[in-house]
Ligand binder design. Structure first.
Ligand SMILES: *Cc1c(COP(=O)(O)O)cnc(C)c1O
Length: 477
């Protein structure tokens, strides 16, 4: 197409107003806010102009000016502009606590309580007995102490905040002694040395990457020492020629020298899970019992609640933490508080916790239940897609994720999908782009759907998504 022709074609493109009044515009305005429709039209026209101007464009004028071309694209644009940004999806990665996919799922009980608290007034900071101002943390503090044996508890926005607040309160301007083997980074933005700097405490590293001995701590202690910090190696393990100082030894040393000990536990578990094949990690009650001054962990990791940072420990230190102005800056809202209280209440009975808290349920799902689920999906998919996809049921390993049990591999079952006329990358991209996105695990030239983290009522949705990818291709042009 010559320039002259292109220009004349561009002049004949309809105006925004015209399209708004046309059938496509008026129909879409019944479905979407007007500003979404206007923007969809503007973007489509811009895009069309660019395509016409592209030097190698081989468009026929009729093709572009014909209503079907523009209407179809405007509809598609409007749909995509109107889609909510934060949306539910299907986690077929097999990673139970996936930070990018929202970590813990709330229990149904927590969801119900939370939705009621969200839409009604509540006694967030109101003492119903006395009729005076109350304390927002009172709704969970006693419960946390009852469940863990701690003297006192504080809750903040997340565990990074909990560590920051505790260090700032107990060790600002003082040295905090940490083993070189525990200077961890969690998910990119949380690095112990950086949080330490932010808190005003001075990091004093001891030991080496692979070995730290009690004498390393002993020799580093001086009148400048404010705290001995132990950090849980949440997302990696050290093998080979290694040694570390146990929390008990550290607590003993701290007691001897009059220096408080803190453990950043990361993913705190309230109940023993070793009978479910998870390598024995100390539970929160055990750590409290060991005599630490303070221990902190996340609300949305193994605990299975909302995002929060929970600080437990001795009353004297916790009183100082509560009085720190930074505490106010990290405070949690009523929705978090409600979800946290509901989740904690489920822990009052261990069986109830295991049955009702999704994180614990997913962790302890028997392999045969996952196998049944995989077989069901396999049957459904084979019936419809066997000419388009190679589908196979395989053994795989799920992960806990979220900085818990880094060495645990949970036996699971997955479906492997291999499209015949599509690359797996393209299949993965389309699954991610569908109305209810499905996130699988790409490995070599295969896409795995691990059924441990997929709920039974999501199987139908996976099937529908594949239908829209493979069986309705023609209608999508
Ligand atoms: C996850 C983790 C954190 C950060 O917790 P958030 O709740 O994500 O802020 C800090 N320390 C350790 C050891 C962790 O595992």
């Amino acid at each position: 197409m010559r320039n002259q022709e292109k220009k004349s074609l561009l002049r004949r493109l309809p105006q925004v107003d015209e399209l708004l009044r046309a059938e496509v515009g008026s129909e879409l305005q019944k479905e979407y806010p007007r500003r979404i429709v206007v923007e969809a039209i503007q973007r489509t026209l811009e895009d069309t102009r660019e395509r016409v101007l592209a030097s190698n464009s081989s468009f026929q004028p009729e093709e572009i000016l014909g209503t079907p071309y523009l209407s179809e694209r405007i509809r598609e644009q409007a749909r995509s502009l109107n889609r909510r940004s934060l949306c539910p999806l299907i986690n077929a990665t097999g990673v139970i606590l996936h930070t990018n996919l929202g970590r813990a799922l709330l229990a149904e009980e927590a969801r119900e309580d939370l939705s009621e608290i969200a839409t009604r007034y509540c006694n967030l900071e109101f003492d119903l007995d006395q009729g005076v101002r109350g304390n927002r943390y009172s709704h969970v503090e006693e419960l946390l102490c009852r469940l863990t044996g701690a003297e006192s508890a504080v809750v903040v926005n997340n565990n990074a905040g909990a560590v920051l607040l505790t260090l700032n309160t107990l060790a600002s301007g003082k040295e905090v002694i940490v083993s070189r083997g525990e200077l961890v980074e969690i998910g990119g933005s949380f690095r112990i040395p950086e949080v330490m700097r932010g808190s005003g405490a001075l990091l004093l590293e001891v030991g080496t990457t692979n070995k730290t001995h009690l004498k390393d701590y002993q020799q580093a202690i001086s009148e400048k020492t404010g705290l001995l910090l132990k950090v849980h190696r949440s997302n990696f393990q050290m093998l080979g020629f290694t040694s570390e100082v146990s929390l008990t030894e550290l607590v003993e040393l701290g007691r001897e020298k009059g220096i408080p000990v803190m453990e950043d536990l990361g993913s705190g578990c309230l109940i023993e899970l070793s009978s479910y094949g998870l390598p024995g990690e100390p539970t929160v009650p055990e750590i409290v019992k060991s005599g630490v001054e303070v221990v902190s962990f996340s609300g949305d990791k193994l605990l299975g609640g909302p995002q929060a940072g929970i600080i437990l420990g001795r009353k004297e230190s916790l009183d100082r933490i509560k009085a720190n102005p930074i505490h106010r800056a990290l405070r949690i809202d009523k929705l978090t508080l409600s979800a946290l209280e509901s989740t904690l209440r489920l822990y009052l009975d261990k069986e109830t916790a295991l049955n009702k808290i999704p994180t614990l349920r997913l962790l302890t799902t028997p392999l045969n239940v996952i196998h049944q689920r995989a077989k069901r999906l396999l049957r459904r998919l084979k019936k419809k897609f066997s000419s388009l996809l190679e589908i196979e049921l395989v053994d795989t390993l799920s992960q806990v994720g979220g900085g818990a049990f880094p060495s645990a591999n949970l036996p699971s079952k997955a479906l492997v999908l291999k499209p015949r006329d599509l690359s797996v990358e393209e299949l993965d991209r389309r699954l991610r782009g569908s109305d209810v996105p499905v996130i699988g695990r790409l490995s070599e030239d295969r896409l795995l759907l691990d059924l441990r983290t997929v709920q039974d009522n999501e199987l139908k949705s996976i099937e529908k998504t594949l239908e829209s990818i493979f069986l309705m291709e023609d209608s999508r042009g």
